[in-house]
Design a protein. Structure first.
Lengths: 279, 384
């Protein structure tokens, strides 16, 4: 049974959803209008951040899934202001039913705000550049090429999807040992210390909630890519975050990487993080 | 044979009743933890492993230390250990059961634990740790029950058991080595990422385990007619002395490497441990007590005059056990998380439910060891 689900998860990213045209179209029709609107407000100029562009076929009422050989993200920290950061976090956490706990100890976060000083901890930003130390950026799962978290998982509940490099989670298989949380050098994983459901403001019906005792993290919006739409944070970022196929020489992320000097978090560990920062 | 365990006096039953009482209190807190989630512990997003996993780590060492009586007896024909070999094996059984219980209570979804076998993942050290621990438990149950059966009949143990006994020797080393690999292969945690962690685990285990065994042998001398013999106790004391010395040496090497290289992320953990970081000094007092006990026990043990004085030896054994319990059962695991990978100094203190669940598991171990020892004593008293 679980093998089937697993195969399904793996295939979800590549298989055309043609056969399921009807339900998918209804899903898209109910796509959260607030976020689409927000994106239009702020990002008109830099809108096509996702490289395999939206569908052209006017006849189809649903979008083709977005596929890539290697998904990657480029965050332009120069464009991140307080409002943008908040919008990105809000978009992600609302879409994915991420609970909000009053006590920090129980906290769950998929994408969060951190100052440079902590985000690029090993860069040793000089103390006399206070403004740089406390400049904010966004942190999330790096979807590493060599993820240490999937390596330590004793049940394959977290695994790397080989066709596009996403680091995925199977919440039904996770035993809650938290070894992946321990092995992640970026602090990107959260554990459900308590039942999350009472702490979700408004549950989104089209995305699963989690139960206590399992680990969760950013999925690069795998469920949105399958429906042909960009990740929630990318959409909400107003052009500050680009997302695309690293293997495609014409993708936006490749252009950005060629034009700018970018840094990654803890590159010395050999994990090959796939979130790049323009500073 | 188990009927031998239910022939005891009033103090025996009161002791067992006390242990059951502690277990029941722990069970209450565990049910709470199961229904409310691990949020009732002091663990957090930053310090994700704590008291439970630390107890597990320490007790794997106690379990492995049985090899320190098995090895000299079977490989070097050191006859003086003949009487206490079974005590070592029973102690190992109790310790492994405690290890498994500590893993069980630490799981977010404990009833999915069989997924580890359903979806075996050889790339995960936790998979291997589960395999070697289960194997070690089975080996010890097999070996001890076969030798007890033979003892009951008054005959020598059958020959076929010998290969299993020999196998149990490297197996004992493996359980603690794999447990060290659980930690030492993580790039995310510089405090644990040291090649000396495995050797250090073995050294501290071979000091703490035999120290407990000496204390148990001394206790049995008082409470029953069972006498392990001076020769066995003296030899165990010698083993503790060497193992403790090697462990102190390894600790010194770790401190040298961290502080002489001067790499901040290596130094910061040791600072947290011994002087505190940014006002966070939960472990500082504990660690200094641990160091003080460890060093003074070593001084007392290295001197033959004090080592052979059984009153001093008993004190030294308590000191060794407490010192290493603090080092591994508190310091090692928690400090790996502080500061966090983002350089933040976070705090962790176990909560009351957490400590009570932990105590209950220790009571469970004590219960198992008591019953198994009682069975042995009753059997041997019959034979004189």
């Amino acid at each position: 049974m679980s093998v089937d689900r697993r195969k399904f998860l793996k295939l979800a990213g590549v298989v055309s959803l043609g056969a399921a045209a009807k339900p998918v179209s209804t899903l898209l029709a109910s796509e959260d209008p607030i976020h689409v609107k927000k994106m239009e407000e702020g990002a008109a100029a830099t809108a096509p951040t996702v490289s395999p562009g939206p569908p052209q076929g006017e006849a189809s009422s649903f979008r083709e899934p977005l596929t890539a050989k290697r998904w990657a993200m480029v965050i332009d920290t120069r464009k991140l202001d307080e409002a943008t950061i908040e919008r990105c976090i809000d978009a992600c956490h609302t879409r994915h039913n991420v609970p909000e706990f009053e006590i920090k100890k129980d906290e769950i976060k998929w994408i969060w705000e951190e100052d440079f000083h902590h985000a690029f901890h090993e860069q040793d930003i000089p103390v006399y550049t206070e403004h740089i130390r406390h400049k904010s950026t966004l942190l999330l799962c790096n979807h590493c090429d060599e993820p240490p978290c999937t390596n330590v998982c004793p049940t394959e509940a977290t695994f790397k999807r080989e066709e596009d490099g996403l680091v995925m989670m199977d919440w039904h298989r996770c035993i809650g040992c938290r070894y992946c949380v321990v092995a992640c050098p970026y602090g990107s994983r959260s554990f459900n210390w308590r039942d999350p459901r009472p702490h979700i403001e408004e549950i989104q019906g089209d995305f699963p909630t989690r139960m206590r005792g399992v680990v969760e993290k950013c999925t690069f919006c795998e469920e949105r890519l399958a429906r042909g739409i960009a990740p929630a944070c990318v959409e909400a970022s107003g052009g500050a975050i680009a997302f695309g196929d690293l293997e495609d020489p014409h993708s936006s992320v490749r252009h950005l990487l060629e034009e700018h000097f970018t840094i990654r978090r803890k590159p010395n560990l050999g994990t090959q993080p796939q979130v790049y920062y323009i500073v | 044979m188990i009927e031998k365990a239910i022939q005891g006096g009033k103090s025996y039953y009161s002791w067992l009743a006390l242990l059951v009482g502690i277990m029941l209190i722990g069970a209450y807190y565990w049910v709470r933890q199961f229904t409310e989630g691990l949020g009732i512990t002091g663990l957090s997003r930053d310090v994700t492993w704590g008291f439970y996993i630390a107890q597990f780590t320490f007790l794997v060492g106690v379990a492995a230390s049985a090899v320190m009586v098995v090895l000299p007896y079977y490989l070097h024909n050191f006859k003086a250990f003949g009487k206490i070999t079974i005590l070592g094996e029973f102690l190992a059984i109790g310790a492994v059961l405690m290890c498994m219980s500590f893993i069980f209570v630490d799981m977010g979804q404990p009833f999915r634990i069989l997924n580890v076998f359903l979806h075996p993942s050889p790339h995960s050290m936790m998979f291997w740790d589960t395999v070697v621990l289960f194997g070690y438990l089975l080996l010890n149950i097999l070996i001890s029950s076969v030798s007890m059966q033979a003892e009951k009949k008054g005959v020598a143990p059958p020959k076929w058991i010998k290969p299993f006994i020999i196998l149990s020797i490297p197996w004992a080393f493996s359980i603690h080595t794999v447990t060290a690999m659980l930690y030492s292969g993580l790039a995310a945690r510089p405090f644990w990422m040291t090649a000396v962690l495995g050797p250090r685990f073995l050294a501290s285990a071979f000091a703490a385990g035999p120290a407990l065994l000496i204390l148990l042998a001394m206790l049995l001398r008082r409470l029953s007619k069972f006498d392990a013999g001076d020769r066995a106790i003296n030899q165990l004391a010698m083993i503790i002395t060497y193992a403790l010395g090697i462990n102190l040496f390894f600790v010194a090497m770790e401190l040298f490497t961290a502080f002489y290289s001067g790499i901040p992320e290596h130094i910061s953990h040791f600072k947290y441990l011994f002087v505190g970081l940014e006002g966070n000094n939960f472990l500082v007092g504990w660690m200094w007590v641990s160091m003080l006990l460890g060093v003074s026990a070593f001084v007392l043990l290295v001197n033959p005059k004090t080592r052979k004085n059984y009153k001093v030896l008993a004190f030294a054994c308590v000191a060794v056990f407490v010192s290493l319990w603090i080092e591994k059962g508190l310091g090692l695991v928690i400090t790996g998380f502080i500061p966090s990978p983002l350089g933040e100094v976070v705090s962790y203190v176990p909560t009351l439910p957490e400590v009570m669940i932990g105590l209950a598991i220790w009571a469970l171990g004590a219960f198992v060891v008591t019953v198994l020892y009682k069975m042995t004593l009753n059997l041997r008293e019959r034979w004189g």
